[in-house]
Design a protein around this ligand. Sequence first.
Ligand code: URP
Ligand code: ZN
Ligand code: ZN
Length: 459
Amino acid sequence: MALLIKNGEIVMVGARERADIFVEDETISRIGRNLEVPPGTETIDASGKLVFPGFIDPHVHIYLPFMATFAKDTHETGSIAALIGGTTTYIEMCCPNRNDDALQGYELWKSKAEGKSACDYAFHMSVTKFVKETPGQLRQVVADGTASFKIFLAYKNFFGVDDAEMYQTLRLARQLGVIVTAHCENAELVAQLQQKLLSEGKTGPEWHEPSRPESVEAEGTGRFAAFLENTRATGYVVHLSCEPALKAALGAKERGVKLYIESVLPHFLLDKTCAEKPGVEGMKHVMSPPLRAKKNLGVLWSALDRGLIDTVGTDHCPFDAEQKLLGKDAFTNIPNGIPGIEDRINLLYTYGVKRGRLEIERFVDAASTRPAKLFGLFPRKGTIAIGSDADLVIYDLDYHGVISATKHHVNNDYSGFEGMVIEGRPAVVTVRGKVQVKDGKFVGERGRGRMLKREPSYF
Ligand code: URP
Ligand code: ZN
Ligand code: ZN
């Protein structure tokens, strides 16, 4: 059925205008003032509201076997939470570990999403070892439409690759025209520091950050950049958390290294004192790279506003309180991760745009347009244009609320952002022209989401 969105103020990168949007057959077919439409067209009045392109989360974990347990969401719960928060597409990390077969893993991850997700989705394919089968397998994955890889320099013996494997992966990615995303921490230093701290009886969550200090992340970031430089591959640092890592990445970019930067929601809003709370309260805030000293938050906001940090994801990774307690005797056993898929847009809008830290078009760019461009989804996603998918977020600026796990749709019993106020939320969210969310409620079609096939583009 056709859909008309009337009188909204469209906000995109480089454009802000009051106009109607007419949608037919899942895509936008007309944009203009006072559009005439056929009788029977479903009409939404967006007067007084902003209309954004559907937001894209470039870094989520939905199905994830990790640290002796599984992340809590399914694609049913995760996608509904995403949509309620204004995210209409997410890119999930497909993460078979070193002992798994990569292709079997890829099929498994696809099967978990197919027919289940209410929003559109894609994958980054993790390369967690490089053996003789790997090039052929990765060619198949790329031919299937998954045109981005992920490597972990951390998580030794599980997801982590060594330098030789990183080199081989980047060479292949360069040949295939595929961007490589990377978790940048020095695995050996983390392992040594963890053992040292535990041997000193330092077992609580407050020791997680000292076991992976800023210099460990800066080293990983710099090393990834040096490998990109010497393979001429294109890279993307995920969840960059601190000033020294930012300096390493920006220094490489200045030398001409093709490198993009993502930071994630917790690192803009939370600091390491959250993980220093005793017991399970601290454990709830354990992720990697860790929450950092407060002075980094302003550095990240400023770099984001200036476009030096390209994108904002969530690294959504929900483990509940019982799972976090796996680490009650040793912080090294706390499942790493903080959920955020439902809160990214409202928190970025409130603490970024409304508080004057983030210009509104940059907000749209970082959370929608740039992820679409970097990961081969533009202009189908990430913009409001004729021919683009009608993924739209009609945003209510008058809404005031408070984040609480008692209200959220993520399958988890806590929120890392509990008690934070939000000043704005999506009033209506569409996926390819179908209304999926109205005023904080899922009203749409479960399983509507499609896997997005992407072409390699970094030659
Ligand atoms: O702590 C985190 N970030 N958990 C998810 C896995 C990863 O490193 O992205
Ligand atoms: Zn990571
Ligand atoms: Zn992650």
